[in-house]
Design a binder for this molecule. Sequence first.
Ligand SMILES: CCCCCCCCCCC/C=C/C(=O)SCCNC(=O)CCNC(=O)[C@H](O)C(C)(C)COP(=O)(O)OP(=O)(O)OC[C@H]1O[C@@H](n2cnc3c(N)ncnc32)[C@H](O)[C@@H]1OP(=O)(O)O
Length: 359
Amino acid sequence: MGACQKDFESAVNQVKLLKKDPGNEVKLKLYALYKQATEGACNTPKPGLFDLINKAKWDAWNALGNLPKETARQNYVDLVSGLRSSSDSSSQVKPEADKKRAGYDTLVITSEDCITKIMLNRPAKKNALTTQMYREIMLALEAASKDDSTITVFTGNGDYYSSGNDLTNFTDIPPGGIEEKAKNSAILLRDFVDCFIDFPKPLVAVVNGPAVGISVTILGLFDLVYASDRATFHTPFSHLGQTPEGCSSYTFPKIMGPAKAVEMLIFGKKLTAGEAYAQGLVTEVFPDSTFQKEVWTRLKAYSKLPQNAMHISKQIIRNHEKEKLHAINAEESRILQERWLSDECMNAVMDFFSRKAKL
Ligand SMILES: CCCCCCCCCCC/C=C/C(=O)SCCNC(=O)CCNC(=O)[C@H](O)C(C)(C)COP(=O)(O)OP(=O)(O)OC[C@H]1O[C@@H](n2cnc3c(N)ncnc32)[C@H](O)[C@@H]1OP(=O)(O)O
């Protein structure tokens, strides 16, 4: 039987999570098969001789001739499956080392009562998100999408849910310079948010305390948001010389109306849990003293509902917007790549580290 669209989409996501770079030759093959599977035979003019990268891509696609879309889709799925099993078997050589590498240094992940819980675990840094943490979250989501849990929960360890992007991500500049860092970070951001857009099971945020930046914006992609009455919701992008991400430029106006979204996303208004509930960003607010008990009792009951019915319902609710969300995510990430190189952004980061500014 040929690969269905779902297998193909899942293979496309798996490629982003490969632990080992498969090399240029394989990447060209993947590119060509992807284009053939989605657009059919090569239909664009041949790039000029000196446009080396685009010419190599064009040649690989053109070489597939009139290969049917379905066959290209199947070949793509097979190729990815081969890449995944070779990377899995190479990791079996050193299980301990792999556990450490692929395992979760910045997250605590548990599965119980059909619930997979992903807990951000840098309480001393208010669960600020390092690049390692973005990557571990993507791996954790990939694993949760396949395990036998029915729902997946995000929460934070300590007094914060998350203080958003770790600002040391701006100071850790590689030899390739800040432009290269910005480019790679934009790819990381886009891939990270894509994982939330595509996540197939009900996704729940248990917001145990203040939430800042990207930890707030991606809430628009969650299915339930439970908040302690201690939680606050803050997206101070202008203060940081930055712009919205996590598809919030689309989801927030849709959820709360443009006027309230503008207050948050342009003017950085911090919402209390009660205000976030009134704006529709939060599903329900609980007193902090009974928060954990009430939320987990509720979630355990939900997790026993028929799995397939829940997952299909999520698909029906979310799938028709997926393409749009991916496009918005790509555009927000592209704009941020430029923003990160601006004086406005650099000055804001320097002010934080010189202790001149705190939110
Ligand atoms: C070249 C381009 C590279 C870009 C890479 C980008 C990758 C993708 C980015 C996606 C876009 C995301 C955007 C956002 O999320 S914007 C929001 C960013 N967050 C902040 O600006 C918050 C900054 N933190 C604060 O203002 C305060 O720490 C806070 C109000 C959260 C808490 O204050 P409090 O006084 O209660 O606690 P402390 O400040 O003492 O915090 C304890 C320690 O934790 C460190 N900390 C906290 N948050 C962060 C953070 N976000 N980044 C780095 N470090 C953080 C804080 O410095 C303290 O550390 P020390 O104990 O060592 O002093």
